[in-house]
Write a protein that binds this ligand. Sequence first.
Ligand code: NAG
Length: 422
Amino acid sequence: MNRSAALQHRWIATACLLLVFATTLIFYWPDVPFVGHNAAVNVPSLTSSFRPANHGLVKPAGVPVIGLIFFGRRDRVEVLRCYLERNLVTNGGWLDEIQWVRNTHDEKDLAYLRDDILPSNPLYTEIDISEMPGSDQQDPAYENAWTKLRRGAIYIKIDDDVVFIGEDTIPRMVDLRVKDPSIFTVSANVINSPLMGWVHYHGGAMHPYLPEFPVDKSHHIPKLESTPWAYTSHPNWTGDADWGFYAEDAVPEHYHRWLRMTESGDSLPSSTAALMQRTPITKIQYDTWGTGLRSWSIAAQEHYSFLENLHDDPSLDIYKLSKIWTTDYERLSINMIAVLSDDILDNMPMTGVVDGKDNTPIADEEWLTVVMPRKLGRQVVVETDALVVHFSFRTQSGLFRTDLLGRYADFARREVCIGRSE
Ligand SMILES: *[C@@H]1O[C@H](CO)[C@@H](O)[C@H](O)[C@H]1NC(C)=O
């Protein structure tokens, strides 16, 4: 598109956004008082393409929607922050407030929370758990934060390394939870989640990718500098037709990227099916503790495939089933979930029977997706149309040797962050 056409498009987009913003103000004004601020905030310079989208869903009146972030790592939170900002009511989203929970003792990371994040928006607050038992330990007892929820609210708990949130993800999660009281926990449809990765693979959402080979050791890929997010900005994979990389393979020593293998129609040796056999994803399992959790290379292929899907069809329909997926008390990773605060508070503390002993402390994930729902006979469901990407589990540190975080940061900067594009 030439320059003047681009300018014209930008003007039209800006006008539309102002209209949307004005409409949103009218719609949300009556809901605002409980956050303690009115909507008189600066009109952000919405220059990028991401828009909160409700698809006709109506935000429930009188029920605050509060984001709950377990904050620990600055490099990842920088990406998430752009999506959070986009989802605030003041920007047309459904989040009335965001509560940050300190989940680290790292001074530099804490300073970022205290001096940069919290003062940046009046809708940001902190849940202070510093006086609570266990908070001085190496791994802060952040599960205490669950006892500090505000009654009568929907909470969206979001891991600090969620690096993509769909435009309609939060409205869809909230709407489902509000309309169906039999549900205890609603999960987003998480890319890089041990259970859902298997569903995505068998639904055709994965593509053949391999690490660049041989790795060009002089080519340093900066982690957060601008690595173009679009797979079409990178070359195709080249190499031996019998070389592959598998689920259990070790992490290369150097930063590297993964590249798309070239398909040639339906015929061997480069049919899609044949190429996939040389990649890690074929070993993914539907198992909370299985390869989808343990294998960094399976996670890498899930991420590179996601970025390709995002590029080729931003609706991301390839992941969506237009219905819920029930987990039936298989433990589900809680990278992004919606819960009603009263459900949690009424059933505290997070304990249960372990090895025949009652009142044993239970990890929040187990409690929220297995123990308490089963005890109450309530459902745990994945809203498959509500997409998010979760960057990594501790077992997948190999992802930090790739340029993936840089690609997500690039996408966020270009398409999502308010007032920061260009
Ligand atoms: C990669 O391969 C595809 C399919 O053969 C082709 O259309 C595309 O142009 C190639 N990309 C590059 C950067 O060479």
